[in-house]
Design a protein around this ligand. Structure first.
Ligand code: 9MR
Ligand code: ZN
Length: 561
């Protein structure tokens, strides 16, 4: 299906190297910027909606071309909107400059208030963020040395956690088993299958929906230029670890972790012993789903690897078939992340992916039977609930075998209803935040959920093209990149005044390309403080959702043949 495109990769690898050196999104010094003028500080595609939020009394605003010094747009802010007490308790105005479509570098100036940080209007504004946020996965690699440069700084660590790990908590005795490799989960260095699953699911869904624009994007990986597109090279690093989490009987260990979060420091100096946990059915179902998707996605570039993936999917599927009852992992030996969730949506996802890859009629029958009880979510895929990945696979299916038309109709309606509602909330919210501003929309990892909501919007847009779905996704990106209460980017190394002190055991300066968890329990509760793991940690699942959102807006550099 893809080989013709893959053959261009060596040329495009060079483009990637160029992009890595790009300074278009260099961090501006905060001097001169009034953070009451809040705008997406990465930028806007020329034809997109463009809004800033001003948390001050004001009327007139203008947009200035940073290079020429000329004012290129004048406008009047919209009527004051008072956001509810549950959000940020402010009175704000919205400045709309969507009519400005000329590529360039600009800032918003508000009479009597001050100016925003600089931003870009251009077709390819999201390319470099995509590369940085995707490369963050490479920098998360465990069991190997990693290195990279960003904004003039060098980031590196030596090979880590080469002793992973011990089987004691599984009841298999004091036995060593190879569990090296994979990605660290977050600010901590543990490895959890269930969080890996929603991550791999989102990354491979980004690939399935947007491979035309993603295939030429190089990530400057050790594997770059091997004929496999770099997004797939990076995800394979995790898949190779996931094979090691599967027992010969198909059961999947839930995690590989130290017993507590005590260690803080470079990963290669972490000598705390690390253990496999007992297995669970959510992780086992996730293995089926991930390996089934991988098998069809990798098939065009590496059929032998695709076969390994399919064999792994079959093995865990057989194990699940024999265990219809839920098995929650026994995590009593650990005080680290639990990621312990009910298995129903994970099993649903396993059926959907297994069917899509193999056409297995039993998987289809099981999926259609169970899907009857599900609709699309509001928050998008999460480690706790992967129903959206399952339902999305069914609706986007390319499988020739007929699906239940009644179910397709009902799920399509559910998807479009949710997408319409999310887009409407994003449009109405003073900061363009698609989760809205009610108290229950501020929770652990809400920035990740803002990014994950774009899954609903972009799957809807693929099935039923609507400008408002694209605008909803751009609104989510704008919020995360500076149009928020803080007037700051929530992504390390990108945009204006990004987090400098994330909760990340690798320490400072902050490693680049990571979305931090976000404010909760209300909109003013984020702290750029490394001790605040509740609002300022980085994590695989949140970054994957951001990659997915960005993937819809990547424009590959023109290819010279
Ligand atoms: O993202 C997780 C969030 O939904 C939970 O409420 C929270 C507490 O259990 O844990 C979060 O995940 C953390 C994980 O447990 C350990 N690694 C860091 C993760 C991000 O904070
Ligand atoms: Zn490691």
């Amino acid at each position: 299906m893809f080989p013709a495109r893959f053959s261009r990769l060596p040329i495009l690898g060079a483009c990637a190297a160029l992009l890595m050196g790009c300074t278009a999104v260099a961090v501006d010094p905060p001097a001169g910027v009034d953070t009451r003028v809040r705008v997406n500080t990465i930028g806007f595609p020329p034809g997109a909606e463009k809004r800033a939020t001003v948390a001050a009394d004001c009327r007139k605003f203008s947009v200035r071309d940073v290079k020429t010094g000329r004012v290129v747009f004048r406008g009047t802010v919209g009527p004051a909107s008072v956001t509810p007490k549950s959000d940020t308790d402010e009175t704000v105005h919205v400045a709309d400059f969507s009519a400005l479509t000329t590529p360039g570098r600009y800032r918003v100036e508000v009479a009597g208030v001050g100016r925003s940080a600089d931003f870009t209007i251009g077709t390819d504004v999201w390319n470099v963020p995509f590369i940085a946020v995707m490369r963050a996965f490479y920098l998360w690699r465990c069991g190997t040395a990693v290195a990279g440069d960003w904004n003039g700084r060098h980031y590196a660590h030596a090979a880590c956690h080469l002793d992973d790990g011990w089987l004691d908590p599984t009841g298999e005795g004091h036995v060593h088993r190879d569990g090296t490799g994979g990605w660290h989960d977050a600010g901590d260095y543990n490895k959890y299958v269930v969080n890996a699953a929603v991550t791999v699911g989102l990354l491979l869904r980004a690939w399935e929906q947007y491979h035309d624009s993603l295939a030429p994007i190089g990530l400057h990986l050790p594997e770059s230029g091997n004929g496999t597109p770099d997004l797939l090279n990076e995800v394979r690093w995790e898949l190779e670890w996931l094979f090691k989490m599967q027992r010969p009987d198909g059961r999947v260990y839930h995690k590989l972790s130290s017993t507590d979060f005590r260690y803080w420091g470079p990963p290669e100096d972490d000598k705390d012993p690390r253990y496999f946990s007992p297995w669970g059915t959510a992780a086992t179902a996730d293995m089926v789903a991930m390996m089934a998707v991988a098998s069809r996605v990798y098939w065009p570039c590496d059929p032998a690897f695709a076969d390994r993936c399919l064999a792994a999917a079959r093995l865990s599927r057989a194990c699940l078939a024999a265990r219809p009852e839920e098995v929650r992992p026994d995590l009593r030996a650990f005080h680290t992340g639990a990621y312990d969730s009910a298995d129903a949506t994970h099993r649903l996802w396993a059926d959907a992916e297994f069917w899509e890859t193999t056409g297995d009629p039993v998987a289809l029958q099981e999926f259609e039977q169970h899907a009857a009880g599900f609709s699309f979510s509001w928050e998008g895929p999460s480690w706790r609930d992967v129903r959206d990945l399952a339902l999305g696979t069914y609706l986007l299916s390319r499988h020739p075998k007929p699906r239940d038309p009644g179910l397709v109709g009902r799920l399509t309606a559910s998807l479009l209803t949710q997408a319409d509602a999310i887009a409407a909330v994003a449009k109405k919210n003073a900061y363009g935040r698609p989760l809205g501003d009610k108290p229950r929309t501020f929770f652990w990892g809400d920035n990740g959920a803002v990014a994950a909501q774009t899954y609903i919007l972009q799957v809807a847009n693929t099935l039923h093209r609507e400008q408002r779905y694209r605008e909803g996704t751009l609104s989510a990106l704008a919020y995360l990149c500076g149009r928020n209460y803080y007037g700051r980017s929530y992504v390390t190394g990108l945009g204006f005044n990004p987090p400098e002190h994330p909760h990340d055991r690798r320490g400072e300066p902050a490693w680049p390309g990571y979305l931090v968890g976000g404010p909760w329990p209300d909109g003013r509760a984020w702290h750029d403080d490394w001790r605040d793991f509740r609002t300022n940690e980085v994590a695989l699942n949140w970054n994957a959702a951001l990659v997915y959102a960005l993937a819809g807006f990547v424009h590959p550099p023109a290819v010279r043949e």
